[in-house]
Design a protein around this ligand. Structure first.
Ligand code: HEM
Length: 481
């Protein structure tokens, strides 16, 4: 009995201490953050009335704050306040440091689906996974992926010919076709399987991927839904997300199990990085790590496969028109397309697929702009605003690929352009993404001319983890004769 009492007292003391520590951290963060300029907020509610919108109004509001309060501003809802950075000097301090590499609370909403894979994990786990996965993006592997990019590009071109029927031109919203292309490509390169959308299970998988994106967005904008207990047990969206995640995991586990049964471990040639194996997907590399070194378990494999599948969401907006006449290009040819590469970089400046990233500070710091940020502060880095800041870009809204000529890059702050982030947690798939982008452009532009219907002035974006146009992107596809 005495032991039970003692246990009860210890539990109460521990909970009280944890609560007091939570209050202390929050008060300290609020104290220092309140010294940073920012939009007017209301007692207890903060900027709720501005941040509650999930449409283009919020997107525009964030752009306005970025310009008005450059280089840093505070904003928040209820007890969750954040520092928001739009200046390259402050941003460099955060993302070039290994100390502040932990992702903020915001990423936790992805964990039900992605677990703590490469994108969301921190510390030793992240280091270990990054080490296993880095060779998967060696150029020997990327070279093999070109076949997949070209194959999927041909399917996309076929889709556009079908839409044209025997007409010379047709106007369509290209987002769903591009989205399907990226989903198929990432599926084949990560798991080594082709997606066939006539198959019911694949169709449901695709549907679930998109639906879950919408649920994340709704939750992201409502901090009172961030607590798992409340969200997963008491809200309709939480229950729906649980169901979708179950379905997504079932699908990934099935692919992993089928592949595991037939899997034969292979020797890793560190110098040549897997070059002797042909047609290898990311899943092969993970399975090999499991069977040869035992360094990763089934749960870990699923986390990584799901993480890489998730990346297809971030490339939905690649819809600009560039000119070139290649088809089925080789790796070497793609590498030589220097002008195309400058255009791609400029597209990613104006329309960064990941418009913001977020970190949680692991220690106190003083920003270059002169503000103290306490440990545990959430820092949001607004890549979209950084890329359009007149501080770093003349005529920032103008499309000008020459900004990426080596002599111009040299003159700019190295952290003024961050579509793939930078520092230790930069994007592991950036070379993959640029190659895929080039391959699809070659295939499409060989066959069609794309004429803009939507223009930057007519397009509205809505806030999301990836840049998302409100009404799709309307383009006229014209047959090349
Ligand atoms: C245009 C395409 C892409 C863009 C703009 C992009 C952008 C980014 C950005 C900004 C980050 C940093 C995220 C953060 O700090 O929170 C990131 C991380 C990451 N990206 Fe990409 N990405 C692209 C394509 C890809 C592709 C194709 C893959 C995989 C095949 C990929 C895999 C990852 C992973 C796993 C991380 C987490 C890395 C880590 O934390 O160590 N990305 N990406």
């Amino acid at each position: 009995m005495l032991i039970l009492h003692l246990f009860g007292v210890i539990v109460i003391i521990t909970l009280t201490c944890a609560f007091l520590k939570w209050i202390y951290d929050h008060v300290r963060i609020h104290y220092y953050i309140s010294k940073i300029p920012g939009p007017k907020g209301y007692f207890l509610l903060g900027n709720l009335f501005d941040l509650v919108h999930k449409d283009e109004r919020l997107f525009r509001k964030l752009r306005q704050w970025g310009l008005e309060f450059y280089p840093i501003y505070r904003a928040g809802v209820c007890s969750e306040t954040s520092a928001n950075m739009v200046g390259a000097e402050d941003i460099e301090q955060i993302i070039s440091s290994t100390q502040h590499s932990s992702k903020s609370e915001i990423y936790r909403i992805l964990e039900n689906w992605l677990g703590t894979g490469l994108l969301t994990s921190a510390g030793a786990k992240w280091q270990h996974r990054r080490k296993i996965l880095t060779p998967a993006f060696h150029f020997n592997i990327l070279q093999q992926f070109i076949q997949v990019f070209n194959g999927e590009t041909e399917k996309l071109v076929e889709t556009y010919y079908k839409l044209l029927e025997d007409r010379q031109e047709v106007s369509i919203d290209v987002t769903s076709t591009i989205t399907q292309f990226t989903l198929c490509t990432i599926n084949e390169t990560s798991m080594g399987i082709k997606l066939d959308f006539h198959d019911e299970e694949n169709k449901n998988y695709k549907q679930a991927v998109y639906e879950i994106g919408q649920l994340f967005l709704e939750r992201l904008l409502r901090p009172w839904l961030w607590r798992d207990i409340f969200y997963y047990f008491l809200t309709k969206n939480g229950l729906r997300e649980k169901k979708l995640v179950k379905m997504l995991h079932k699908y990934t586990n099935k692919v992993i199990n089928e592949k595991s049964k037939k899997f034969e471990p292979f020797e890793v040639d560190r110098d040549n990085c897997y070059s002797r194996r042909k047609n290898m997907a990311l899943l092969d590399i993970l399975l090999n790590e499991k069977f040869t070194n035992g360094n990763i378990d089934d749960e870990g494999i699923r986390e990584e496969v799901d993480t890489f599948m998730f990346e297809e969401l971030i490339r939905e907006e690649m819809t600009h028109v560039l000119g070139d006449n290649f088809s089925r290009p080789s790796y070497e040819e793609l590498m030589e397309l220097k002008y195309t590469e400058r255009c791609i970089k400029e597209i990613l400046r104006l329309y960064p697929s990941v418009p913001f990233i977020s970190r949680m500070l692991s220690d106190d710091m003083i920003t270059k702009s002169g503000y103290k940020l306490p440990k545990k502060t959430i820092v949001n880095i607004h890549i979209f605003d950084l890329h359009r800041s007149p501080k770093f870009w003349d005529n920032p809204d103008k499309f000008d690929p020459d900004r990426f000529l080596p002599e111009n890059v040299q003159k700019r702050h190295p952290f003024a352009y961050l579509p793939f982030s930078a520092g230790p947690r930069n994007c592991i798939g950036q070379r993959f993404a640029i190659l895929e982008f080039k391959a699809v452009l070659c295939g499409i532009l060989k066959n069609f001319k794309f004429v803009e219907i939507d223009t930057p002035e007519t397009m509205d974006f809505i806030p999301d983890i990836v840049l998302r146009p409100k009404r799709g992107v309307l383009v006229k596809i014209v047959r090349r004769n």
